[in-house]
Design a protein around this ligand. Structure first.
Ligand code: GRF
Length: 197
């Protein structure tokens, strides 16, 4: 599921094509008709590419239910959020409990929310990065699968920091998906423990 540029979607599809990420992306959903992610998905030959318009639904729960139905019909096991800018309803999170993954442009639990890169920069931290995590009912709050660190430079702007974080994302996200599928993991408390070291 993606709302924007789709650079993470692009690297995941490329890694799969290159044999480095054993995922079969059956469906891409965007809530935004103009999201470049939709075109990327079409260009890369994803079997089903859908724009589902929130305005066609009475509320978030019914919009999420429509997305969920499409996901089930496509036979997807994992739901990978790649720049999906809507908060998921509790019903959706419960329906796909433990099967939704997100990437966030900050080192969680610091700087959750819509602008992780900008918030980290403005706070004045000297390192930031990205976090791949399972999604639960708490915004950006689920168990952490993987993180990568990048420096924050004195002359950074929000955009330059976000660009550096995105470079790290483009390695971390496909690699984490690969580990999830090939190695597997289990959860102890809040900790994700990988089944292979
Ligand atoms: C990424 O920085 C991700 O961390 C955040 O949204 C951005 C999506 O970028 N959740 P893209 O659409 O994959 O280029």
């Amino acid at each position: 599921m993606a709302s924007g540029r789709g650079s993470n979607l692009k690297v995941i599809l490329a890694a799969a094509k290159a044999g480095n990420c054993p995922v079969d992306t059956r469906l891409v959903i965007s809530d935004k008709a103009t999201a470049p992610a939709l075109q990327t998905a079409r260009d890369e030959g994803v079997a089903q590419v859908l724009h589902i318009n929130p305005k066609d639904y009475a509320d978030r729960a019914s919009f999420d239910a429509a997305c969920g139905d499409a996901i089930e019909q496509a036979g997807c096991h994992w739901i990978v959020l790649a720049g999906y800018m809507r908060i998921l309803s509790a019903e959706f999170v419960q329906r796909f409990a433990g099967r939704i993954i997100n990437i966030h442009p900050a080192l969680l639990p610091a700087f959750p929310g819509a602008d992780g890169a900008g918030d980290a920069l403005n706070y004045g931290v000297k390192v930031s990065g990205c976090t791949v995590h399972l999604v639960d009912e708490v915004l950006d709050g689920g168990p952490i699968l993987a993180q990568a660190v990048v420096p924050v430079l004195d002359d950074d702007t929000r955009d330059s920091l976000h660009a550096r974080i995105q470079s790290a994302e483009h390695t971390l996200y496909p690699e984490t998906l690969r580990r999830m599928v090939e190695d597997g993991f289990h959860i102890e408390g809040r900790r994700v423990i990988w089944n292979q070291v």
